[in-house]
Write a protein that binds this ligand. Sequence first.
Ligand code: FES
Length: 109
Amino acid sequence: MKLLCTSDQLLEAQSRGFEINGRKLFATRRNGQVFVYDNRCPHRGVPLEWQPDQFLDPSASLIHCATHGALFLIESGECVAGPCEGRSLTGIASHEDHQGVWIETPASD
Ligand code: FES
């Protein structure tokens, strides 16, 4: 396991990008729970954010790909609108304790 960030670095409705062992990830928090995904759109394999640490749509209720506007459910990573509808982001197992947010160390591809 690897410590991704402290809990106060990822507040409700925020998102944050990371690079771990050369692999791009992002994390967001919704209803108190943290979700971590590969920062790679299933449409074209590109990073999702339009500027650093901005992975959500304006309502902060969906994950947004800046390239062609795909929208993904925060809880499952499933694309619900856009060119990759029905496909999903790759989730990364995580848990949170008093130290912060931990992830399973992803294998470098
Ligand atoms: S690359 Fe993400 S929607 Fe096309």
